[in-house]
Design a protein around this ligand. Structure first.
Ligand code: ADP
Length: 421
C-alpha cells in the first residue's frame, strides 16, 4: 500500500496527484456521462466523449512539477540573456580577463586588477604576460586549435604566486575568450611544508636506525667476543631505540592534535592543580639537574576553559625545556597571574629559567617543527625538536597565545596567555 503525502501531491508525480491535476477534465467527463444517462439515448455521443476526456486526463495532463520546471527554465533563460559578461566576471572571485581574437583585453574583473595591476581594455595580453608558455596558451585558444587549455603560471612580482591559468573561448561565434587564474600558492606552500616535514621526520628516524644497524654489524663481527664492548654497544642501541620511540610519540601527538576537530566546550581546567601535577611529575628531572622549582601563584581560583590533558602537555613541555636547557641557572620559576592587558581578560602562566637563554634571531622560529637552536644540545637532552610545535598547536586550539622573552646569558621566559572565559 502506498501513501500519498502532501509532498507527493505537490510534486505531482503519483497517480492520485495526476488525477488531481486533471480534475477539470474528469469533471467534464462526469458531466458528459450524466448528460448521456440523464437525457436518454439521444445523447449517445456523450459516452464516447466521456471516455475520450478520461483518457486525455490520464495521459495528457502534465505533472505540475514538470510545468514549474519548464516555467523556471523560461525565466532562467530570460535572466541569462540579460546577464552581462561584466556582471558575471564581477561575481567570480578569481582574477578573470575577457579578451578578443587579437589577444587584447576587453574586460578584466576587480580580482584581476588587484592581482596584476593595470588591466585596461585594449591592453595587449602578450605584453602583460611575457612568459612564453602564456603566449602559447593564448595562441592555442585564439587560433581555434583547442577550445580550452590550462597551464601553471608563476608571477614573481609584487609577491611570488603560482596560478593555474585556464583559457577558453566564450560561447559560439562571439570572437571572445576568457582567462581565469586560480591561485595555487597556498596549496603549494602546504605541499612543500608536508614534503619538508616528511623529509625531516625520516631523517630524524634514519639517524638512530643507521647507528643501531652499525652496532649490530660490529657486534656480529669484530666485537663478537668482546663482552665489555657488547655491553656498551647494547646500551647505545637502547638509547637510540628510546630516541626513535620518543620521536614517534611526538609525531603521533601532533597528528592526533591535527585530527581532533575542536575542543569540547564547557570543560574548565584548574591551573593550580594542573601545574602542581606537572611540577610533581618532573621533580625527578629537576632533582637530577640540581634545580629548585619556585612557585608564585595568584590568590583565588585559577581556572580557565580547556582540556586538562592538553594543557598538562603544554606545561610539561615548557617546564621540561626549562630544566633541560636552563639547568645552569640552578632554579626555575613557575608563576600564574591574572591579566587585563589585552582586549579580553587572560590567565598568564610563565615558566622562567635562568640558563643561557635564546639568541633573538631564533625566537621567531623556535616553535617550527624540528627547529632547534643547537641540534647537538637538543639530542643530548633527548629532544625531538617537536615539543614547542606541539605546544603551539594546543594553544591555538585553546585560542591562547605564547610570548617568549629571552636574552643571551639571562635565561628564557615562556608565557602562555589563556583566555579566562
Ligand atoms: P626539543 O625537543 O629539541 O627540546 P623543542 O621544540 O621543545 O624541541 O624546543 C626547540 C628548541 O628550542 C630546543 O632545541 C632548544 O634549542 C630551544 N629551547 C627551548 N626551550 C629553551 C629554553 N628554556 N632555553 C633555551 N633554549 C630553549
Amino acid at each position: 500500500m502506498s501513501d500519498v503525502t502532501g509532498e507527493d501531491r505537490r510534486s505531482g508525480t503519483s497517480l492520485p496527484a495526476r488525477l488531481w491535476e486533471a480534475r477539470w477534465y474528469l469533471l467534464a467527463g462526469l458531466a458528459a456521462v450524466l448528460v448521456a444517462y440523464g437525457f436518454g439515448p439521444g445523447r449517445a455521443w456523450a459516452l464516447p466523449l466521456a471516455v475520450l476526456l478520461l483518457f486525455a486526463a490520464l495521459f495528457s495532463a502534465k505533472p505540475r512539477a514538470v510545468r514549474i520546471a519548464e516555467k523556471a527554465g523560461e525565466v532562467d533563460a530570460a535572466g541569462l540573456q540579460r546577464l552581462s559578461g561584466e556582471y558575471l566576471a564581477a561575481a567570480v572571485a578569481d582574477p578573470l580577463i575577457i579578451f578578443d581574437r587579437n589577444t587584447t583585453v576587453v574586460h578584466a574583473n576587480a580580482a584581476a586588477f588587484v592581482a596584476f595591476g593595470g588591466m585596461s581594455p585594449g591592453l595587449s595580453l602578450p605584453l602583460k604576460f611575457r612568459a612564453p608558455e602564456m603566449q602559447a596558451l593564448l595562441d592555442s585558444v585564439v587560433s581555434g586549435r583547442v577550445a580550452s587549455d590550462a597551464l601553471d603560471y608563476l608571477e614573481k612580482l609584487p609577491v611570488e604566486r603560482v596560478y593555474r591559468v585556464s583559457a577558453s573561448s566564450v560561447g559560439h561565434g562571439t570572437e571572445l575568450f576568457v582567462l581565469v587564474f586560480k591561485d595555487q600558492s597556498e596549496a603549494r606552500r602546504i605541499d612543500r611544508m608536508r614534503a619538508d616535514f616528511i623529509a625531516n621526520a625520516s631523517h630524524e628516524l634514519r639517524t638512530p636506525l643507521a647507528s643501531i644497524s652499525g652496532f649490530i654489524e660490529t657486534l656480529r663481527g669484530p666485537a663478537r667476543n668482546d663482552a665489555a664492548a657488547r655491553e656498551q654497544f647494547l646500551q647505545i642501541m637502547q638509547n637510540q631505540t628510546s630516541r626513535m620511540a620518543r620521536l614517534i610519540d611526538d609525531l603521533l601527538s601532533l597528528s592526533r592534535l591535527e585530527m581532533k576537530p575542536y575542543l569540547k566546550s564547557g570543560a574548565r581546567v584548574d591551573l593550580r592543580q594542573t601545574l602542581e601535577s606537572v611540577i610533581d611529575s618532573l621533580s625527578p628531572l629537576a632533582r637530577d639537574s640540581n634545580l629548585v622549582v619556585e612557585r608564585d601563584f595568584a590568590e583565588g581560583p585559577l581556572d580557565v576553559p580547556g582540556d586538562r590533558d592538553e594543557l598538562f602537555q603544554v606545561f610539561e613541555n615548557l617546564l621540561e625545556n626549562a630544566c633541560k636547557y636552563g639547568q645552569a641557572g640552578g632554579r626555575v620559576a613557575v608563576s600564574v597571574a591574572r591579566s587585563q592587558a589585552g582586549p579580553e581578560p587572560t590567565v598568564d602562566v610563565t615558566i622562567r629559567d635562568f640558563g643561557p637563554g635564546i639568541a633573538e634571531e631564533h625566537i621567531p622560529r623556535i616553535t617550527e617543527r624540528f627547529y632547534r637552536v643547537d641540534v647537538e644540545t637538543s639530542r643530548a637532552q633527548k629532544g625531538t625538536g617537536l615539543g614547542l610545535s606541539i605546544v603551539k598547536h594546543i594553544l591555538t586550539r585553546h585560542h591562547a597565545r605564547m610570548s617568549i622573552r629571552s636574552e643571551l646569558g639571562n635565561g628564557a621566559a615562556f608565557t602562555v596567555h589563556l583566555p579566562a572565559n
